[in-house]
Design a protein around this ligand. Structure first.
Ligand code: PEP
Ligand code: MN
Length: 287
């Protein structure tokens, strides 16, 4: 028996047998996590300007992404690095998503911003650095909005599931987990993308799991193969960073795909999704 499955009293509500079926998390524009159609979240690391986010929304929607991502509040290692556009970024993201029929996922860093972020976003992202910010987890648990809970930089699977448990205990059952890589001894990639976490978490919990090959590798050339591998491992969706001009990006340029690279990736993922018994969302060409 799995070691974690043998610990029945650690997490109660996220356990696989806590409910009859699997959780499916639905967003307002029809995107869903955990159903037959995958959720494809794409967009820049940071929202930088109206032009940038609108051009990206148009391109990724045309390639079949159904959730627009982009950080308005950025958790940066250096206090001197770009911290995000804040409230203005939230509005730009919302406008761009509405224009191209997409949902919005964006990170909330501070418990005091939860209400404001929830006003503009369809899904609240809790970033890797905040996975065990218990005050934030409680506050987001109180918000009646779906949550994307990223795995902590050095979190065990058990710690990650217990962080999700905080959200469910607070009354928010619409939780999606995101594997985004963990710290390792090897700096050849930014993080070590733990794809075994996908089938393992599916065996331990009823919650959907998506894969972030962008932060998981830190290198644009590794995003496509690891996105495919993530779907092959059974992920319920992907989170991919895409930028109109990656070398000019305010954050995470080296791991961001160009529009063309994202389009090529989506074209290749159809067969992988089908082999995993899933489908990609259909492309939106609205302008
Ligand atoms: C992000 O999605 O841009 C981000 C900051 O992710 P993570 O918390 O996984 O580093
Ligand atoms: Mn990023």
């Amino acid at each position: 028996m799995d070691r974690l499955a043998a610990l029945p009293n650690t997490y109660k509500l996220v356990r696989r047998d806590a409910r009859a079926g699997r959780t499916i998390v639905q967003l307002p524009n029809g995107a869903s996590f955990g159903g037959e159609v995958l959720a494809i979240c794409a967009g820049p690391c940071s929202v930088e300007s109206r032009e940038q986010i609108e051009a990206t929304a148009q391109a990724v929607a045309a390639s079949g992404a159904n959730v627009l991502r982009g950080g308005a509040y950025k958790p940066r290692t250096s206090p001197y690095a770009f911290q995000g556009l804040g409230a203005e970024g939230l509005k730009l993201l919302r406008d761009a998503a509405d224009r191209f029929g997409m949902s919005v996922v964006t990170e909330v860093l501070d418990p005091r911003d939860v209400e404001l972020v929830a006003k503009h976003a369809d899904m609240l992202q809790i970033g890797t650095r905040n996975m065990q910010n218990f005050t934030l987890l409680r506050e987001v648990g109180d918000a009646r909005k779906p949550v994307l809970l990223k795995r902590g930089l050095s979190a065990t699977i058990e710690e990650w599931l217990l962080a999700a448990e905080y959200l469910l205990v607070a009354g928010n059952a619409e939780v999606v987990l995101c594997e985004r890589g963990v710290r390792s001894f090897d700096s050849a990639t930014r993080n070590l993308l733990d794809l075994a976490a996908v089938p393992l978490v599916h065996s331990l919990s009823h919650l959907p799991v998506i894969v972030d090959p962008s932060h998981g590798t830190g290198l644009a050339k590794l995003v496509a193969p690891m996105a495919a591998a993530g779907l092959a491992a059974g992920a319920d969706g992907l989170l991919v960073e895409v930028h109109p001009d990656p070398p000019a990006a305010a954050s995470d340029g080296p791991q961001s795909l160009t529009f063309e690279q994202f389009e090529t990736l989506m074209g290749r993922l159809h067969a992988v999704a089908a082999a995993a018994g899933r489908q990609l969302p259909s492309a939106t060409l609205a302008a």
